[in-house]
Design a protein around this ligand. Structure first.
Ligand code: BES
Ligand code: ZN
Length: 484
């Protein structure tokens, strides 16, 4: 494994940590019978990996207790919010599971509605950071997953999956490009300083980790800030979304602008508001500034909102700006929202995800459209938006696969809604090198928010062309009109 190159002191420390972990695991194994004690390797307590065949061919017989946990009767399932040894159930791609199988156990093979092979497995709350870090560092790709507090919830999530519908379905009315009057007025109004200030503020919290007090106060700041931008508007409301059973004390933030003509159609713009330190992920005092990942996305949404509201804009469709809780621990906030919208039949017509918008180094394109786990029709529309509004300013685009469940658009895709994501291209050697480290700061991005200006322009084009402007009935068949 490329991840660890231990020196003598590190080895000694690792040995000590292993002994402590092994002892704790052994204790839990006694408390909750049926939980195997882990094997120890590379200084990290691990479970013995089942053979790959277990996960890919014949799912092993699995005994699930009432309530969906593996705790024996009479033993309350510990809360993953407070107990580092609490079980967490992961839904990953089969590839990701193969990389992390030393850290997860009792794997069962499943497929989603698109036929993608998935694995449901069990890990421990304190191992989630190591799982992401392993895939990022060792395999140089995203190792996304959905996380659940019980195996029954993970199973229900996979059975109810509607990804195929979300990725292939065409909207009855289609997406149209015919609101240049509004969008062209907005684009020159983006202020780099305001983007900088928001990123600077959000990255000055010790962290925005979902289970720390800072994770809650930073979310509350976003809500208050968004509300202040809507002063004097009685058609704009903000709320803290707390109906997420595994988001600890971190709320998601939702700002709604009521649609004037088509209020039941909902347009979503989202970014995750939490952050994580991949080396120290279970410490509530971890240093995780998360300036690029994803204060830059929240700043992009905030500046988009500011410009639209300062313009006195009223949309035809209802618009929801969302800051998602707990993305870094398995897309928990966005999944809770998407599932609750699905359950109450909300008609979400499109979702834009902005996650990492401020890093660019060297000769790379300005934006990458995420190619996988998104709506084909919405991706095509993103390309039309880019080519109509951003390409004439000299900006360039490309596309890249992100992997299963790499960011919050996947929650919407899973719930059957059309979602897509625009992403920074990073550098010639790959994506942002300081992701999930204390160096994810404005300082390592040239003390500038210039790159996020472009994403804000993209988000403004998306907003104006999906939600449209009140009273302007353009309608008609799906069409992409060239800019005059
Ligand atoms: N912003 C990242 C996603 C990302 C990183 C996309 C690098 C493309 C390149 C996101 O916050 C993240 O870290 N996602 C995790 C998965 C999540 C479910 C824990 C990941 O990619 O491993
Ligand atoms: Zn991240």
């Amino acid at each position: 494994m490329k991840l660890f190159l231990p020196g003598p002191m590190t080895l000694l420390l690792s040995l000590l940590i292993s002994m402590v972990l092994l002892r704790s695991d052994t204790l839990r194994a006694v408390q909750a019978s049926g939980v195997r004690a882990p094997a120890v390797s590379h200084g990290v307590a691990r479970w013995k990996a089942p053979r790959v065949a277990d996960a890919t061919q014949t799912p092993p017989v699995h005994h699930i207790q009432a309530g969906g946990t593996t705790a024996p009767p009479g033993v309350a399932a510990p809360s993953s919010q407070t107990d580092p040894f609490a079980p967490v159930y992961l839904v990953t791609s089969r590839d990701t599971w193969q990389g992390i199988r030393g850290l997860a156990r009792d794997a069962v093979a499943r497929r989603d509605s698109t036929g993608t092979p998935l694995v449901i497995s069990e890990t421990r709350a304190d191992r989630l950071g190591e799982i992401s870090r392993y895939v990022h560092v060792s395999e140089r790709r995203c190792g996304g997953y959905f996380a659940f507090p019980s195996r029954a919830q993970a199973e229900a999530f996979v059975s109810a999956d509607r990804a195929k519908q979300a990725m292939t379905k065409s909207l009855a009315a289609g997406y149209t490009l015919d609101n240049q009057a509004t969008v062209s007025r907005w684009l020159p109004q983006v202020q780099e300083q305001r983007l900088y200030d928001t990123i600077n503020h959000l990255s000055s919290y010790r962290n925005r980790y979902f289970a720390s007090s800072h994770g809650k106060t930073s979310a509350e700041w976003i809500r208050a800030h968004w509300q202040s931008l809507a002063a004097g508007r009685d058609d704009v409301t903000t709320e803290l979304f707390t109906a997420c059973t595994n988001c600890s004390t971190q709320p998601s933030v939702i700002l709604t602008i009521q649609g004037r003509d088509l209020p039941d159609d909902v347009v979503v713009l989202g970014a995750h508001l939490d952050s994580i330190n991949g080396s120290n992920p279970y410490d509530p005092n971890q240093h995780a500034p998360g300036a690029d990942d994803d204060a830059s996305g929240i700043a992009t949404l905030t500046e988009t909102l500011r410009i639209a509201l300062a313009d006195g804009w009223q949309p035809r469709r209802t618009v929801k700006f969302m800051g998602y809780a707990a993305e870094e621990v398995g897309l928990r906030g966005s999944n809770a929202i998407a599932q609750s919208f699905r359950a109450s039949g909300v008609n979400v017509v499109s979702v834009l995800q902005v996650d990492m918008t401020n890093y660019k180094s060297g000769a790379v394109t300005d934006m990458k459209l995420i190619s996988d786990y998104s709506s084909t029709e919405l991706k095509n529309f993103f390309i039309s938006l880019f080519d109509t509004y951003l390409a004439p300013m000299g900006l360039t685009r490309s596309s890249v696969a992100c992997g299963y469940a790499c960011s919050d658009h996947a929650s919407w895709t899973n719930a059957g809604y059309p979602a897509a994501m625009m992403f920074e291209a990073g550098g010639p050697n790959g994506s942002f090198p300081y992701i999930h480290t204390p160096q994810d700061t404005l300082a390592t991005m040239g003390e500038s928010a210039q790159h996020s200006v472009k994403f804000t322009q993209f988000a403004l084009a998306y907003l104006g062309e999906t939600a449209k402007t009140r009273g302007k009935v353009t309608g008609g068949p799906a069409q992409v009109l060239p800019v005059q």
